[in-house]
Write a protein that binds this ligand. Sequence first.
Ligand code: APR
Ligand code: ZN
Ligand code: ZN
Length: 377
Amino acid sequence: MTAIRAAVLRAPGRPPAIEQVELAAPRDSEIVVRIEAAGVCHSDYHYMTGDLTAPLPLVLGHEGAGIVEELGPRASGRIRVGDRVALLWRPRCGVCEACVSGNPVLCELGKVQAATGGLPDGTSRLSLPVDSGGAADGTALHHLMGVSCFAEKVVVNENAAVVVPDGVPPEVAAISACAVITGVGAVLNVVEFAAGRPLLVIGAGGVGLSAVMGAALTGAHPVIVVDVDDRKLELARELGAAIAINGRETDATAAVLAATGGRGVDWAIEAIGRPATLRQALDCTAAGGAVVAVGLGSADTEFAVPLNQLVQRQKRVIGSLYGSSNPPIDLPRIFQLYLAGRLPIDRLLGERLPLDEVAAAYEHLVSGAVGRGILVP
Ligand code: APR
Ligand code: ZN
Ligand code: ZN
């Protein structure tokens, strides 16, 4: 057991607090990673509010990178002590139906992690000291999405780590493993024939801005962005958006239709997770086009799809989790594009705060901080 500092969520509605927790030794093919940087992603906030639920209490954080410190007894050797790695919240087992059919985002291990609050084997390496409400058997603290990187160290399965090449800073590696792969992946893995066609992104947070970068990379034109914050829209322009619309000041649907000669866009990526903006994405889509739903809402969020848009206008709505990616292939692609200057991921970075200020970092996210916040243990 190692004592570490970590951001613990005890109950929804209560701000996360830094506590001393126990981290057990890695089992089997698990590894210990000392965290260098962790991204302030909106998904953790859904668990803080109770919009999404997971076994509690848990250690927050799922967008992280660090240095490998120790290997479990049956680690493969593919990852070595001293390697810098980015952490994946959806490891792949390689043998379930989803993995074998090329859809590893839907790997069975994701369900095990979600149901148990554990690592892919369904058990936790985290526990609370008995004097802070921990159970005597030490099982009372859960992982979030198999990662829990708002902490000094993590134990993860080695299949949840991808080696980071030299030249990629830890904070870039961290956000690449969630926001960037989610947004860029939605474009590279879901959108087809983008070059020279209009593409809309609704929401210019870390995920939406990543989709803008991906859209610029594929040559989609014009790339149109809708947000409610002018500073985020300005950043979206810098990252390749040709048209930026403030949906609070303007009728965004009318503006998108006007910008596309009344036709609408071929692809509309919704990176917020709200019924109203999902419907806006659909209304902005041309006949035969598609909405790619990327944002997570609360578990009971629904949105209405008029049948005539679905059938007569033959529009599609496609869900995309984690960029519909295959992270062991897609994350190295993203790192190479970053190193080649084709994906300016560092431009997405916002404020940098010590881990102790996790609650403030989320207040800033919700009140509109521009760029992806980074927590440093
Ligand atoms: N219209 C347009 N933009 C909006 C609206 C709206 N009605 N409401 C919010 N936004 C913008 C915010 O201004 C912000 O720029 O949506 C953006 C959301 O960004 P973040 O809070 O940074 O969220 P992010 O981490 O990018 O995640 C987006 O994807 O993975 C999921 O759980 C995640 O649901 C979240 C979504
Ligand atoms: Zn995330
Ligand atoms: Zn699998």
